[in-house]
Design a binder for this molecule. Sequence first.
Ligand SMILES: [Fe+2]
Ligand SMILES: [Fe+2]
Length: 356
Amino acid sequence: MVSVQPPPEKPMSSVNNNHEDIVLDFLGMPPEIEAGNIFPIEWHEETPQLTDIYEKAKRDAWNPSHLPWNELDPGEWNEEERLGMMYWFGVLANFDASGPAVFAKAMVRSYELHEEDPVRRCLFSVVRDEQNHEEVCGRMIQTLREDGPIGFQPKTELEYLAVRNLKWLYYNGARYWNGYSKALYKYPLAILFSSFLMGEVASSTLFHHMFKHSAHPVFQQAFRNIGKDEARHQAICMRMLENHFKTINAEEKQLVTRQLRAGFVFLSMILFEPPDQFWIIPPDFADVHHKMEDIARGAGLGVATLEQKTENWRQAMLKMKAIVEKHGIAFPAMPEVGISGEEVTNFSEEDLIPVF
Ligand SMILES: [Fe+2]
Ligand SMILES: [Fe+2]
């Protein structure tokens, strides 16, 4: 039986909230909840197109466990080839296996900012997708090399250098995570989404190439599925930006330009060449990286050649350039891939916001 409490005898009460005495009127409404809290609960929709994308994400759901893993026999390759491919997936993991945590944080932030319901749901769908991508990364690595990517004792010089490179990568990944975590509370979501788009354009480009050029059916199927997810993430970011770019001011435009350059530098590690800016890496990092990539490519993993990377990355950046310039935002110079624009050198770790 439900017992109904009598109304309080004294309808007014005083509580201590954050060292501040506030008077509560129990006959009226409670005090306003401070901004930045996920409460109060509400659902509002401004962009039905995002609801459509969320529904598509539900329909497109796939299960990494259903890939034909039993066809992935590590005995098909020699030790060096397994190491090379494991290394590549280890590099990928720096970007794609950080996805679940990175997007989960962005999703929580979207609740705190009371973004419309479809935005929050879309971010949730991205967290779900990224968990699949992380699972694929982990299963590939551990099929190719038990205790990979960095948990094994290197027995050869090449193994040592591969593990050393990956550890330096993850060291930089940790710097990115620190910067990203602060950026989420420093910039409005509208600014963050331009960096997110940069990451999604990069990942779609990468997986499209990997799908087309990988020889093994497990690689092909995994890359095709992941690529489809990344294309959907790209559509989410595009839709978000179309809303926000309508009201962006001059100062915010400058921020976007700076962050696009930061995104280019961060993502170039996997899409292009290990860059000079941001990354703290040993002087022979790139030599080892190239050697590993050559071995992986020779073993049938569709890693792009430098020539293909330059062209893929250039095309992807031209696509980004067209999107932002349409809204009066200057595109940063990317001389590495032959794109001229605004010179940007002064970005910090908190401008590194791209997500995969
Ligand atoms: Fe991903
Ligand atoms: Fe993504």
